[in-house]
Write a protein that binds this ligand. Structure first.
Ligand SMILES: [Zn+2]
Length: 105
């Protein structure tokens, strides 16, 4: 059985970075969990991005795809990748390497 604990993320850490991020922190927890359940091998990359988030004081580990673009760096995402994202997979932006996901509305 595969159980991946996301221990490196504490809500306090995130809250100290940006105010009013409780939604984001909640969302981030969910995203990390989903990502690691789906792609356990992405853990090292995720940790790197989270470390970068803390350094730069802004969230840069996950971003939703918006209008077929990475909403973090605004670069277009390849259509093959878009298909993956829409089917629920996480992909990495080819430009800023952030984890991209499909935002369900
Ligand atoms: Zn990007």
């Amino acid at each position: 059985m595969l159980t991946v604990k996301v221990t490196m993320i504490s809500k306090k850490d995130i809250a100290s970075v940006t105010p009013a991020v409780s939604d984001y922190a909640q969302n981030l927890d969910n995203l990390c969990e989903r990502l690691l359940r789906q792609q356990p091998h992405s853990k090292a990359l995720l940790e790197g991005l989270l470390a970068r988030s803390r350094r730069t004081s802004r969230p840069c580990a996950f971003a939703p795809v918006q209008s077929n673009r990475c909403s973090a760096c605004n670069m277009a995402v390849a259509s093959a990748q878009i298909q993956k994202v829409k089917s629920g997979e996480f992909i990495n932006c080819a430009h800023c390497s952030i984890f991209l996901y499909h935002e369900r509305r």
